[in-house]
Design a protein around this ligand. Structure first.
Ligand code: 13P
Ligand code: SF4
Length: 298
């Protein structure tokens, strides 16, 4: 299908196609907007199309639906779910709230709607530092990603962080020794790392940031070689924006993001796909922390 036919299909469906940098490049190529979690949440919240086709994992589609509930949100592949989104338990959040007076619950957007509903504010990897530093609370329960939480905690020593023990199974498998052996092979390369990576990996890095921040750093950098500690789907955008630069990925692929195929995106535009549905109560409970994120991150 050529670009004109794809455009006609989108117009007939009154749909916008959003894609995260981790989906396959063939899927990113079909999208109207490609970006990191924060950018895509903002675009979804403002979309005036009646259908949003979200090429990403379930929590991304749920966040889009919660922020823009009158739209139909379709996931191309219903299997695509982020394992980390389920790694904190609502009963543990409630227990800590009861134990620690003045606790603020900060919830990474990579979480279920039920976890968001227990939280004071959501964050993404690109706005977490700004948002947590703006909170008046000293005690912060950061869920569900301990790595991102530790990364932010190291920058805000005046606050006391609490965790419930979650991680990204894709980023957490990268070890310091994997980065060190890449550095030996490519001594001039700069190390670019997503904050979901372990502390030992972040400590070896020249830059730590969200997927969009990593891409922008690589584009502006004078360096020609980079060791990439984030999901290799970003290579598609990097190859478009960084001609002549070389990237050595050390992170495995996110199998959930890679479920999504161009055929499934086309199926969504023909009215199929997996519609994100939640009860009004579920959505109402999770909306405030997401909206607070959009306000505080401005
Ligand atoms: P970003 O905030 O960079 O989009 O990261 C999302 C994600 O799922 C990382 O694993
Ligand atoms: Fe979840 Fe990790 Fe995949 Fe991101 S890369 S969607 S955090 S499993």
């Amino acid at each position: 299908m050529d670009a004109r036919e794809l455009q006609e299909l989108k117009e007939r469906a009154d749909a916008v196609v959003l894609a995260h940098y981790y989906v396959d490049g063939t899927v990113q190529a079909m999208a109207d907007c490609v970006g990191d979690s924060y950018y895509l949440a903002k675009v979804a919240a403002q979309s005036e199309k009646s259908t949003i086709v979200f090429c990403g994992v379930r929590f991304m589609g749920e966040s889009a639906k919660i922020l823009n509930p009158s739209r139909r949100v379709l996931l191309p592949d219903g299997r695509a779910d982020c394992p980390m989104a389920h790694m904190a338990k609502t009963e543990d959040v409630r227990r800590l709230r009861a134990e620690i007076p003045g606790l603020a619950v900060v919830c990474y957007i990579n979480s279920t709607a039920a976890l968001k509903a227990e939280s004071d504010v959501c964050v993404t990897s690109s706005n977490a530092l700004k948002i947590v530093s703006a909170l008046p609370n000293k005690d912060i329960l950061f869920i569900p990603d301990d790595s991102l939480g530790h990364y932010i905690a190291a920058r805000l020593p005046e606050k006391r962080f609490h965790y419930l023990g979650g991680h990204c199974p894709v980023h957490a498998v990268v070890l310091a020794q994997d980065v060190e052996s890449e550095k030996l092979a490519h001594p001039a390369a700069k190390v670019l790392t997503h904050p979901e990576c372990r502390g030992e990996v972040r400590a070896l890095s020249d830059f730590v940031g969200s997927t969009a921040e990593i891409i922008s750093f690589a584009e502006k950098s004078d360096s020609k070689e980079f060791i990439l500690c984030t999901e290799p789907g970003v290579l598609y955008e990097l190859s478009r924006r960084c001609t002549g630069k070389v990237f050595y990925p050390v992170t495995p692929v996110c199998a959930d993001m890679k479920f999504i195929t161009p055929e499934e995106v086309l199926a969504c535009l023909r009215g199929e796909g997996f519609e994100v549905t939640m009860s009004a109560e579920e959505m109402d409970a999770a909306r405030r922390p997401l909206e607070r994120m959009l306000e505080l991150a401005k």
